[in-house]
Write a protein that binds this ligand. Structure first.
Ligand SMILES: NC(=O)c1ccc[n+]([C@@H]2O[C@H](COP(=O)([O-])OP(=O)(O)OC[C@H]3O[C@@H](n4cnc5c(N)ncnc54)[C@H](OP(=O)(O)O)[C@@H]3O)[C@@H](O)[C@H]2O)c1
Length: 311
């Protein structure tokens, strides 16, 4: 059976934090275990730099500029990827890592298409991109989505006041907070956690609809307090986060990036399907409510509606 590393891996959000570390880990593999790379990120210096670093490490790299907060951009990026694949300039597409993500503090903020920004970038943009590329994936193939344990409450997160998901109909989840309701840390946390629960539900439904030979996996990198995900909480807090990441045992892009690369590439994980949830380097059960066939089917049709209503 062909290995994933014998093909091309597309990763979103390669410019920062976990995505950058995973890109570097893939590029630095020995020749026989190194995939070609398609890097999908906001156009600019960051994307050019990470592409250059990966090329310097020996990888064949295509960078595709794309603002995931604009569905027209996402569709264009998918078209560009299809063209690169058709031209033979890169090996067959065998994996997609939907890594890019945001945690927006003001849930009044919307994407270019009018959807709540966290839901739009973390979930909708990836549903569009994967939907547009599903048929060009060459099996055996893997789709890795970025999950987060924040979707459910535990004692640790309750103390830290990290809000869990509060699931509603997806059409509602896609709407920004109404102007007469104030933004709050709790609403922002709920929006983030909802987007991650949406990815779990999406993963389960995607597996039912994808062609045989595609495995859908959800990866949780552990709490990495110093990444750009916390950028809206201020530079001081991020500095504290980066200091915490130096403590052994605390997750960081340097530690979790290679684990993400391994989940996407390694034969060790070839059996994973059905949205299997991998926390760093171990498969874990999700909460019972994160498997819900009715919600998963509804999310699929609502997503179709949300994507189709944007021309
Ligand atoms: N940090 C944690 O504790 C943690 C825990 C669990 C899961 N996760 C998940 O891990 C993933 C990576 O997060 P991270 O911590 O590495 O965060 P990060 O450092 O902020 O990296 C996020 C990446 O997403 C990209 N991105 C954001 N908005 C975009 C847009 N509109 N268009 C294109 N790209 C966009 C960023 O690009 P720019 O450089 O252009 O901004 C960056 O490359 C996310 O899905 C996150 O939810 C993180």
């Amino acid at each position: 059976m062909a290995s994933i590393a014998s093909g091309t891996v597309l990763i979103t959000g390669p410019t920062g934090g976990l995505g950058r570390a995973a890109t570097s880990a893939m590029a630095r593999r020995p020749d026989a275990e190194r995939p070609d790379l398609i890097l999908v990120g906001r156009p600019g210096r960051g994307l050019a730099e990470v592409a250059e670093e990966a090329r310097d490490a020996g990888a064949t790299v295509h960078d595709v500029g794309c603002d995931l907060a604009r569905l027209a951009d996402v569709r264009q990026a998918a078209e560009q990827v299809r063209q690169v694949l058709a031209s033979g300039a890169t090996r067959p597409l065998r994996a997609v890592i939907a890594n890019a993500g945001v945690s927006v503090t003001d849930t009044h903020r919307v994407s270019a298409d009018g959807y709540e920004l966290t839901f739009a970038v973390n979930y909708l943009a990836h549903a569009q991109l994967i939907g547009d590329l599903l048929e060009v994936l060459k099996t055996p193939a893997r789709i890795v989505l970025l999950g987060s344990n924040t979707y459910y409450e535990n004692i640790f997160r309750r103390i830290l006041r990290v809000a869990p998901a509060r699931w509603r109909d997806p059409i509602e989840l896609a709407q920004p907070t109404p102007p007469d309701v104030s933004a709050s840390v709790e609403l922002a946390g709920t929006a983030y956690s909802d987007s991650k629960l949406a990815l779990l539900y999406y993963a389960h439904e995607l597996q039912r609809r994808a062609q045989p030979g595609v495995g859908v996996v959800v990866f949780e990198p552990g709490f990495m307090p110093g990444t750009g995900l916390g950028r809206e909480h201020g530079e001081a807090l991020q500095r504290v986060g980066r200091a915490l990441e130096r403590i052994p045992g605390v997750s960081s892009p340097t530690r979790s990036g290679p684990m993400l690369a391994a989940v996407a590439l390694d034969d060790r994980w070839a059996h994973l399907r059905d949205g299997a949830f991998v926390v760093k380097d171990a498969e874990r059960q999700v909460m019972p409510f994160a498997n819900d066939a009715a919600r998963e089917a509804r999310l699929w049709t609502a997503t179709d509606e949300l994507l189709r209503s944007v021309s």
